[in-house]
Design a protein around this ligand. Structure first.
Ligand code: AGP
Length: 613
C-alpha cells in the first residue's frame, strides 16, 4: 500500500522525506514523488519505479531546497504506474498539492462535478480528483484550508490518508484521514506526518494518532487537530517505544531473514506478556474475563493471508482444547456473507498491520451485529486495535518484510493462549494440565532457535537445487494442513513459484493428477493420530514420481524411508507444533527467493498492508 510522509520544521525537508519513504518501501509501491515548498513556491519531482530513482534525480533532495514538504510511494489502484499518476498531485489552479493513500470510491461522480466547473485533469488517479475537490471548496467558500478539507471529506466516499500543502499557506502541512493509517510526530519545533512509525522513529518517538474524519495542521509551533465540524480538538501524545534500529536490517541481507531469526524473541515476548509470575495466564492481556470466556459458545475468526493461516491453526487448537466450535472465514468473504451469528459468540480478527481493509470491515460488521470482538494485532494504535472491543497484542516488533514470519509466529502464541484460557474457563482442562501446556510453550523459543540452527545450511542447499522447479505441493492433515497453507503462501509470494497446499486426504480427489516425475511435495508430519494417514498419501505421490521433503516430528522410520529430504523438528505438544514446523518452510521459501535473485523483502505486486479492498 502507499506510503505517505510530510515534514515542516527548520531542517531541509527533502532528505528527511526521502529517508522516510525508504522506511516505507516495505509497504509496496511502483512510483514515488516529493513536493517541497521552497522560496520559489512548490516544486514537485516524481519517478516511475523505485525510490532510488527519485533519490538520484534530486541528488538526495539537494536540488529541492525548502523546510516544508510531502512525499509518497504509490501502489497503483486507479491508473497505471506512470510518472503522471505518481503523487504528489497538484490541483488545476495550482492552489493545492497533496498525496493520498486509500481509495475514493465516488471519484467519477466528483470528477464529473469538477469537469462541469471547468477543471481539467492530467492523470487517471482518484487522488487528483480529491485534491481538486479541496481546491474547488477553497475557491468557492474562501474560508481557508480547514473548511475546504472538511467540506471535501463530507463529499468523499471511500478511504483516505491525505497530506496536503496550500500555496496560500507556506509553512503549514495539513493531514486528514478516514480508514487509511496516518500518524503525526513532533520534536523540537518540527512536525512529521507518516503512514507508519518506521518512517519517523529516527526523528521522534512522540506521536499523535489521528482518528477517522479528523484534520491536522502541522507548522513550526506544533500540531493542531480539528474534527469534521472544524472544531479544535485536543489529542494526547503517545510515546512509541520502538528502537530506530528496528527499522534497519541489523546486519542481515534482508529484513525477512532478520525477522525469521527474531522469531524466538517474538514468541517469548508475546508469551511472557500474557503470563503471571506463577505461570498462569494473565487474562487482562488477552482482554477477556473468565466469565466472558466461560459464556462463549461459538468463535468466529476472520483474517487474510498468513493471518488467516494462523487462524486455521487456532481453529484446530481451540476446538480441541476448549470444545468450542470455531468458524474461520477469509475476511474478504466474511464481510459479504449474510452470516446468521450464533448466540454467545466472539469474533477474533487477526492482523499484523491492524490496517487490512477486509479484516477491518469484518470487525465493523460483527460490531454492528453486536458480536464482541477480539483483535490479535502487532501494531499499537492501529485501526483494528482501536476499534476492537478487546485487543491481544503480538509483541513481534515492527515487521518490515512483506512476507510475514515473526508476526505469524506470535499470532500462533496468542491463539494458543486464548485456547488455553478458554479451555480453563470452560473447565475442560485442569490447572495442572494448563501449566504443563504453558511449560511446553515456554520451550518453543529455544526449540525455534534449534530448528533454525540445525536446518539453515541444508535448506539453503536444497533451495538452490530447487529454485527453478515449476511448482510444488504442500500436504498435511489437521494442524499440519494449516501449516502447509502458510508454507505454500511463503513460497509463492517471494519466489513466484506456484504451489498448492492440500489436505493430504484430498489429493486423490483430483490434484494427484498433477503429480509427475520429480514434483517436490512437502509433507508435514506432527500429528501422531494422523501420521499413518499422511504416510499413505506420501506413498501415493511417491509412486507417481514425486520427490518428498518431509517436515517431521515423529522420527518414524517409515517417514525417513519414504522421504528423499527430511527436516526433523524438536518434539512439542501436537497442538503447538505449527510454531516449529513452519520455520523450515519460511527458511526454504526465503532461500529459494534469494537463489532466484528476487526482491525478497518487497516482492512484486505485493504490499505489507493491504489497506484497500
Ligand atoms: C503474508 O506473508 C502476506 N504478506 C499477507 O498474506 C498478509 O498476511 C495479509 O495481507 C494480512 O495482513 P495483516 O496481517 O496485516 O492483516
Amino acid at each position: 500500500m502507499c506510503g505517505i510522509v510530510g515534514f515542516v520544521g527548520h531542517h531541509q525537508a527533502a532528505p528527511i522525506l526521502l529517508d522516510g519513504l525508504s522506511k516505507l518501501e516495505y509497504r509496496g509501491y511502483d512510483s514515488a514523488g516529493i513536493a517541497i515548498y521552497g522560496d520559489n513556491g512548490v516544486e514537485i519531482e516524481k519517478v516511475k519505479g523505485r525510490l532510488q530513482g527519485l533519490i538520484d534525480k534530486t541528488d538526495n533532495g539537494r536540488t529541492m531546497p525548502g523546510t516544508l514538504g510531502i512525499g509518497h510511494t504509490r501502489w497503483a489502484t486507479h491508473g497505471e504506474p506512470t510518472e503522471d499518476n505518481a503523487h504528489p498531485h497538484i490541483s488545476y489552479h495550482e492552489e493545492v498539492v497533496g498525496v493520498h493513500n486509500g481509495i475514493i470510491e465516488n471519484y467519477l461522480e466528483l470528477k464529473g462535478k469538477l469537469l462541469r466547473h471547468g477543471y481539467q485533469f492530467y492523470s487517471e488517479t482518484d487522488t487528483e480528483i480529491a485534491i481538486n475537490l479541496i481546491e474547488y471548496y477553497l475557491d468557492k467558500y474562501k474560508m481557508g484550508p480547514i473548511h475546504a478539507i472538511a467540506h471535501a471529506m463530507v463529499r468523499i466516499r471511500g478511504s483516505y490518508a491525505l497530506a496536503i500543502m496550500f500555496k496560500s499557506e507556506p509553512g503549514k502541512v495539513y493531514a486528514a484521514r478516514k480508514d487509511s493509517p496516518l500518524i503525526l510526530g513532533l520534536k523540537d519545533g518540527e512536525s512529521y506526518i507518516a503512514s507508519d512509525v518506521p518512517a519517523i522513529i529516527k526523528y521522534t518517538s512522540d506521536v499523535y494518532y489521528i482518528d477517522n474524519t479528523e484534520i491536522a495542521c502541522c507548522d513550526k509551533n506544533g500540531v493542531s487537530f480539528y474534527n469534521i465540524d472544524e472544531e479544535r480538538i485536543d489529542k494526547d501524545i503517545v510515546h512509541v517505544d520502538m528502537d530506530p534500529k528496528a527499522a534497519e536490517k541489523g546486519g542481515y541481507p534482508h529484513f525477512m531473514l532478520r525477522e525469521i531469526y527474531e522469531e524466538p524473541k517474538a514468541v517469548e515476548d508475546t508469551l511472557n506478556s500474557a503470563l503471571n509470575e506463577d505461570g498462569s495466564i494473565r487474562l487482562e492481556t488477552i482482554g477477556l474475563t473468565k466469565e466472558q470466556l466461560k459464556g462463549l459458545d461459538n468463535i468466529y475468526i476472520a483474517a487474510c493471508g498468513s493471518a488467516y493461516h494462523a487462524g486455521v491453526v487456532g481453529q484446530y487448537v481451540i476446538e480441541d482444547l476448549a470444545g468450542v466450535p470455531v468458524r474461520i472465514e477469509l475476511a474478504s468473504e466474511f464481510r459479504y456473507r449474510k452470516l446468521p451469528y450464533a448466540s454467545n459468540s466472539l469474533l477474533i480478527v487477526v492482523s499484523q498491520s491492524g490496517e487490512t481493509a477486509d479484516t477491518l470491515a469484518a470487525l465493523r460488521l460483527a460490531k454492528e451485529a453486536g458480536i464482541p470482538t477480539l483483535a490479535i494485532v502487532n501494531v499499537l494504535g492501529s485501526s483494528i486495535a482501536r476499534e476492537a472491543d478487546h485487543v491481544f497484542y503480538t509483541l513481534a516488533g515492527p515487521e518490515i518484510a512483506v512476507a510475514t514470519t515473526k508476526a505469524y509466529s506470535a499470532q500462533l502464541i496468542c491463539l494458543y493462549l486464548f485456547a488455553l484460557a478458554l479451555a480453563s474457563a470452560k473447565g475442560k482442562i485442569e490447572e495442572k494440565k494448563a501449566k504443563e501446556y504453558i511449560d511446553m510453550l515456554k520451550a518453543l523459543p529455544s526449540q525455534i532457535e534449534e530448528t533454525l540452527k540445525k536446518n539453515k545450511t541444508f535448506l539453503n542447499r536444497l533451495a538452490n537445487r530447487r529454485a527453478n522447479m515449476p511448482y510444488s505441493f504442500f500436504i498435511g492433515r489437521g494442524i499440519d494442513y494449516a501449516v502447509g497453507l502458510e508454507g505454500s503462501l511463503k513460497l509463492k509470494e517471494i519466489s513466484y513459484i506456484h504451489s498448492e497446499a492440500y489436505a493430504a486426504g484430498e489429493l486423490k480427489h483430483g490434484t494427484i493428477s498433477l503429480i509427475e516425475g520429480d514434483t517436490l511435495v512437502v509433507s508435514i508430519l506432527t500429528q501422531p493420530e494422523l501420521l499413518e494417514k499422511t504416510l499413505s498419501n506420501m506413498k501415493e505421490v511417491q509412486s507417481r514420481g514425486a520427490t518428498l521433503l518431509s517436515i517431521d516430528m515423529s522420527n518414524h522410520p517409515i517417514v525417513r524411508a519414504t522421504s528423499k529430504f527430511l527436516v526433523s523438528i524438536p518434539k512439542t505438544d501436537p497442538h503447538f507444533s505449527a510454531s516449529l514446523s513452519v520455520i523450515p518452510l519460511q527458511l526454504f521459501a526465503y532461500f529459494v527467493s534469494v537463489a532466484k535473485g528476487l526482491d525478497v523483502d518487497k516482492p512484486r505486486n505485493l504490499a505489507k498492508s493491504v489497506t484497500v479492498e
